[in-house]
Write a protein that binds this ligand. Sequence first.
Ligand code: IFM
Length: 446
Amino acid sequence: MVEFDNDFLFGTATASYQVEGAYNEDGRGMSIWDTFCRKNGKVFNGDTGDVACDHYHRYKDDIALMKKIGIKAYRFSIAWPRIFPEKGKFNQMGLDFYKRLIDELLINNIIPCATIYHWDLPQWADDLGGWLNRDVVHWYGEYVEKIFKELGTYVPMWITLNEPWCSSILGYGTGDHAPGHKNFGEALTAAHHLLLSHGNAVRIFRDFNLKDSKIGITLNLNEVYPETDSLDDKIAASIIDGYSNRWFLDPIFKGSYPDDMVKLFSSIFGSLDFIRNEDFNDISQKVDFLGVNYYTRAIVRKCVGELFNVKYVDGPNKKTDMGWEISPESLYNLLTRLKNEYTKELPIYITENGAALKDIISDDGHIHDDERIEYLKLHLNEAYRFIKNGGNLKGYFVWSLMDNFEWAYGYSKRFGIIYVDYKTQKRILKDSAIWYKDVIATRRIE
Ligand code: IFM
């Protein structure tokens, strides 16, 4: 029997560009995703976040649904281009939306958990070089300062960045995400400036001395396994671990980049001269918690000719609609490794976990997403196992509250526990939402 303590936080998560819509209302400026979606062939079906789930207008109804499910915390993100649509120009109307959203959450006893940056960089910032321009640290600093000043006391949980690996590697390395560059040297520069911006935001946050608020960062992390026991595959796994996990964890928790990766990256991409020694003092500012987004594991083998001479290979287990292998026990291994090597007693939150599935509305009008229930159940079981073995895991946020804009996949992937009919904007609670309601109410998984 799995039974979570009363202080374990059960939440759900979304992000501004994925749900809000209202892309040109109340003074919002354009973001890199508005631009990216308008480029031919970048996003499935030419989909955009222009309307998305219309959460900007329907947030009250959506919060009522959260209340119905019994959700205790809502992780949303703030759209930087609503707050600063132009460089140095603050937009009160944009901020007021988040005031309304937070008020409504508080009235309904739902804890607001705000992510400050979930990928929607203002277009003006990109025009000036985006995450490649070191000045971005100051632009982001100005933004976070305003946010803490206006909203700081109402939000108990702040997250500086969501998944800087994706913002940098997918945005500047592979070109799969906005702004769509394909240059891994740039990706490392962007990653560094993201990390610096994170550290600077933590420092600014401390200056506000918000006694009832905590701050952390959310990283997408995986366990990386070699396909075989060969030395070549083990080295391949260590490289991918360095590239996707340690490159972000080490500077935050250990105050330096991992030596092996510095050597490898500089041998491939040349001098990493965007790094200054004093930067690590900023990046390793003490955080109050670590947010972990976990979906799958990685299995790799050596393969000459691929990037880093490594190839990702398919695992044997069932996959979600993203093609991601379902591997709950790797969540346990990941959390245990984080505790041992990085976080020790520091609280961890699973800030995202969930499954995209081909949900269909049955003849009875319901969505019987048993596979999602199974996915969530298996992962919550592993989360509980971690707690029972001494892990300081404080909460779990399902990705996502509702189906939404899944970046380059447009609306073709459904992660929600609430179904969204994009034509009518009708919401339907999936069976997983009803199941989650029961888990939250009893704190138990049968
Ligand atoms: O939808 C995304 C989210 O924005 C960031 N984490 C992963 C999710 C699923 O791909």
